[in-house]
Each structure stands twice: as C-alpha cells, then as structure tokens.
Design a protein around this ligand. Sequence first.
Ligand code: SF4
Length: 500
Amino acid sequence: MNRPVNLFVPPWAACLPTNGCENLTRPGDLAILASMYQRFEIPTAPAPPLHPVPNKFLPVVRRPGLAWMLLREAFHYRFQRDVLLSRPCIYGVFSGPVGGFLPRTQLCVGCMRCVQEYPDVCQVFVDERWKALGDSYFTPDSISTLNYEATTGKIMVKGVGYKGPFAGEGFDGLWTDMSEIVRPTRDGIYGREYISTAVELGRKPTHVDPRAETVAAEEPVLELQVPFLFDLLPDACRGNGAEAAAIAAAARVRSLCLLPWRGLACAPIRRAEEAVVVPVVAACEAVEAARFLAGKAFPAIEWTDAAPADLPRLRSALPGSVPLLRVPLGSGTSAEVRALAAAGAGAFHVTADYHGRTADGSFVKDALLKLHDSLVEAGLREQVTLVASGGIVRAEHVPKAILCGADLVALDTAVWVAQGAALRGEFTRAGRRALDFPPLPPAWGAQRIVNFCAAWRDQLLEILSAMGLREVRRLRGELGRAMSYEDLEKEAFGDLERSA
Ligand code: SF4
C-alpha cells in the first residue's frame, strides 16, 4: 500500500512567506513566526538522589591540628573575624556550621588546595565506597557523572583538568574531531541558531509520488526529538515505579519507551501514554498479541525473532504503527538485516549486552561499523533506521554510536542507574540478577531521566556545533569527523619492527 506521508514539511511551513527573507524584517512578521516556531528544549529541575551516592573525594581533617591552628591564627591575626573565617575551599566543604570540624565531603572536587595550604591538617583520599560503585564497564566515574547530570540537568564541569588516559578500549578508542576551523554553528549552544537533534524511525521513502505531490511511503515514519529511546527493564526489576517513570520521561523528551506487551496487557496504561510506548512482542506471539493490540495507539511495535516471511503478518497486527525488529548483534547480523530490509523491513533495533559486547565478542562500535558498511554496499542504508543498544552509559557514547552508523540509540543501564539502581558485580545481561533497584516515586524517577537526557543532549549539541553540523542526522556514519586510535597507532608505528 502506498500511503502518502508528509515527512519533512512541518505544519507551520505553509504559512511562511515565500518571496524572500526580506519580508521577515517587519516586526509583525517576526511576531507571527515566533508564535508558529517553537524551539525544542528539555526543561530541567533539581532532583537530588533519594539515597546519597558516595563522592569520589573524601577530605579528612585532623581536628586537634585544626583547633591548634585556629588558636594560633586567632592571636596572630588579633581576632580579625574576616581573616579567621576565611576558608581555603571555594567549593564550600569547610563552610558548614562548624567549618572544618565537620566537612561537607559531598562537595569536594579534589582540587587539593587545602592539602597544599595546610598539609598538617588536611588530607584528601579516594573514598572506598565510591570505588565499589558500578562494574568494570559502568565505572565509578561514569556513575558519579551520571548522578550529577540526573540531579542537576547540567553538564559536569570540574575545573580541575582531565586526569585520565586519552585512549582506551571500546568507545574510548574513537576520538571525535572538533576542529576549530569548522565552527559555523557554534551559536547553536547558546540559542542564537538551532541545531536539530531530531531523528526519524521507520522505513524512509525513496521517491516522490507525482500524483500526491509528496513523498510516498509504505509505512509511517516517526519523528523523535532526541536520538535516544528507553530500552526494556529486566523482568526481575519490574513493578518498582521505574516503568511509569520511563513513560513520563519519554513523553517529556518526546521519545519512546519499550515495554513488554504482556506487562501492558496485565496493567493497562492510559490512552495518552500509549503514544510514547512501544510494546515488545515475539513474532511467534503475533496472533495472541493481536487481540491486545487492536485499536491501540502505540506508535511502533518491536518484534523479536522475526523472519522475512513474517513481515506482512507483523505489519497487519497494528496498521499505522512502525514495525521495529529487534536483532542481536553477532557474526550473522549483517546478512540477517540485509535479508529483512530487502523484504521490506525498515527499522531495526540491534542489540549488544550491557557492556557493549556482541554475540561474537566484538564491541558494539565495530559491529555497527560493519553493519552500516554492509547496508551501504547493498544500497539500503538510506531507507532503513538502525537503533543501537548496549554499552551506552556516557553522553559521548551517543554521538560515537551514531558516528559508527546508528541513527539513534536505546538507553538501558544509564536510565536505571540514574533512578538509583545499583550494580552488584558484573552486570552484562538482564538474566543476571545483579541489579539492585529499589522502589521509587515515578515523578522523581521521570525528573531524573529528563535531567540527564537534557545534559546528554547539550553535550551532543556541543559536539555537533564543534563539528559544524546543523543536525544529528548528518552525523550518522560520518567517520570523516572521527579518528580511530587503533588506526592512528597503526599509521604511526605499524611499520616499526619489534626488537628481539
Ligand atoms: S580538595 Fe579542594 S575541594 Fe576538596 S576540600 Fe580541599 S580545597 Fe575543598
């Protein structure tokens, strides 16, 4: 069925003047435009964690030493109040009611000024409780950063310089090229220009229907305002309020939230909420699920274990929704996705484990590059949408996954950790009960998700603006804007012979 879908023309565009920009200079025109055009932004609000998250730095003060020092200074400075109450810490660690006798350790950023100025009184350690956070992939540093973003909705700025390595495994082996000579869209960060983070989900049409004078699409295409959606919660953690929080957050950031259809059938949601929920259904359950799906307003359905022959049946389960096929990444993924795309499938959710490892042991970044290249070779890349999940735990992982060929990503562990979930041991798969996820108030959970999404979007805008890109869709597969540490190392040292 050829159903015309108006993809790229926003509804207000018909009202725009057609005879040149000079007409927009009149105040009346600008007022009309301002009322039609709404810049997308994510409103944030403070949402402190329900249970304190250990801080990395733990300042320790020797109280007798401090008392003696204060006494000496009192006589030395003749009891000048201003001098005696001045503190070495500009971050407020010693500015509590009793000053350094009860330091507010949560505020310490590890600048070491107190240690340098008062080595006999202050020492700063790395907190052992902080070291125990997360696992080998979702590191304590990533958790601290995410907690800050979820609490404030802001980008963490430490001001103490970067102290870590400049390359590593996985996403750390890919550097983004933020050259200073390409900054025409720098103003996008500060609101003077607009950089779009909108992406489409679905099979894109390849030609214009001359009769309808619009693009011809076989199935609907959804527009999301951010290049991420929220993935399925492990079965063991359902019913704690996190799903309701994810639905509310998806509505506020204009994204989508994946939920199992059986859970939705047992605990129905409101009609308005259906617009942001994507039920996940196994292809073999299509008949059973059809009764539940009939008449619902879900914008998309995610099907697992689908084969090319299943596609007509899956499409008819809820006409008008986007069929999204979940495919685990592994050695045969490229062939499987190509076969499904050739049969008409248009949107794929390719998955790795929570550490970004695929079934064949490669990292999600390399698997995505391979899949993207394979679709380009087959001439199918422009038509299909790739959603990638697994290992996306920091803001910079979103643009890096997109650089490697994803159109958007699905977030998993980051969403749960932002809502107070704690990883117990190595958390690689949902089956492993290594996630401690206490019950939470959905409104608070939604605000935490919205906050970190706003911070991640701001960081995406930073990268896009530094690359001179006006929209995130242009970042997909744009490897000219990235450098691989592995390739650079080979280029620099590949021809050197190892000494015996
Ligand atoms: S290390 Fe810096 S931030 Fe921490 S207590 Fe000392 S002066 Fe304050």
